[in-house]
Design a protein around this ligand. Sequence first.
Ligand code: HEM
Length: 569
Amino acid sequence: MTNNVIVADMASKLVMTTSNSPIVSGFALAISTLMFLLLACIALGYGHRGANYPPGPPTKLILGNALDFPNDYLQYKFSEWARKYGDVVSLKVFHQTIISINSPSLMRELLERRSVTSSNRPKNTLTEIITPGDLNMGTAHLPDDTWKAMRRAAQNMFSSKNLGRTQHVQHAEATQMVMDIIIDPDNWMPHTKRYVTSFLLSIMYGFRAARHSSLPVRDLVAVHRRFVDILGFGGAPPVDLFPVLKLVPKRFAYWKRETEDVGRCQQALFKGWMDRVRARLDRGETTGCFLEDAVRDLEGWGMKDDNWLDHMAGSLVEASDTVPVTICSFIICCVKYPEKTALAAAEIDRVIGPDKVPRLSDLESGKLPYTRAMIDESMRMYPVAPVGIPHEMAEDDVVDGVLYSKGAVVFQNTWFMFRDERYFDRPHEFRPERFLENPPFGTRPGVVDDPARRDTLLWGSGRRICPGQLTARTSIDTICPYLLWAFDFKRGVDPVTGQEAGEPEFVFEKGIVAVPAEVPCKLVPRSKQHIATVQREFGRVAEDLARHELEIDSEDAAWNREYRDVHVL
Ligand code: HEM
């Protein structure tokens, strides 16, 4: 406070020394204003790490760590700092404090035990434009009553009881995905997207996506691409760091026009999906999906008005963003580590054989321990949300004498936690065996583990923990053994050399979700017997798929007829 008064006094003296010439006095005014701002920034502690803040790299005047802060792949730099500074690291980017927490114990202390102060999301002007009223649960700034209602509804939809009721749909969609890859192996990545999106559309909205190019998937992918681009680094100027930028008129601010348009397109898409549900009920038809129930019982679902339902798609977007990526990473692991894949395939051959397809229950009952370990190892090494989704401190809070200041943005660096050499033996090696040697977390035998480790670290912490974790887990656990059962995983052809590609590398796209770039690989059916078994299974589950095809469009209907005529046994 005293500093501010001194700075104001110095600045006013500077302004008073300007000459009488209009040009000189204008110039002097500009210089003195700049000086004033500079001194004010210094006085306000811009870029300076306070005394009891978490440690971190040295800061520079006003800039803080702005020049050190990575634009992308936060997990790599955060992990380097974790090794140097410990379980908690802080950075200053101008006046903004950014914290990376690097241990399960800190996740528990800060985000679970102190969830009252640590459950905000960072305030984000762009997401507020895209979803006015904070009706997108994942981006909503405050965990207020609106967020609570949306969250309760999501938790209800994705509860274990409801998942039991929808598992046959999950299995049916997984069967189609295996069929899709048998017929069209080059599009293995889009087929994973279709599998997850179609499952979620079916259980939430009662209609499905027969092809990866079906309209709902195509529209979702297109609008989500724009959403990610505008929110990503460089998509828009840092308006929350420098709120004065918000004053730029719309005609000079591309980001404002684009953000508004993304919001319009997204809302139109989600409303269109809900309108299909409303129209179906008006016709007196039903598929038994969740949102039909919500339309009939708005109050019971805690929805303040009918328009809130148009925003329930936020959960579907989260699912279709994360689960396919996890499955793709698993597929890349199967190509990259052939000896491990062979061990899992041998286990599946022994337990399941070629005449029936694996079911989720085979994995859950513990009959496929190596396969389970292979899935866990791929999620340990390549977590889809390597630094979580950031929280923001609502108030100052102190853990072990360290200050987590109001407004600080907090990342959960699970990438580091899963590769922490204190607990994991050779953490950078892909070794499913670690989970068999020391279950359930695969840490080094004999080491005293972090007491707060849990098998849900990947899904975040506290009030904001992922409400879709069961849906995610069962979707992954249904398809991964199925793929191992159905296919041999081979390296594809390098598009540049025309020769067999080398060992695939994980190269991630930029962004908070670690999406691996496509690698050349071939998924080859293991035998004619396996293909025939999938065709029979595809016939058996046809009814479960058809139940969600009441309003199917003519293109999908034609494709379905041909697909099923040719491929069902
Ligand atoms: C492998 C798959 C998935 C992973 C790794 C994952 C991970 C996460 C993480 C780390 C968070 C932030 C937690 C926090 O702030 O502490 C989150 C939030 C969220 N997830 Fe997931 N998720 C996955 C799949 C899903 C699925 C399938 C759904 C829906 C069916 C879903 C819906 C959500 C929603 C709605 C939020 C926002 C919660 C809130 O802010 O209150 N996620 N997820």
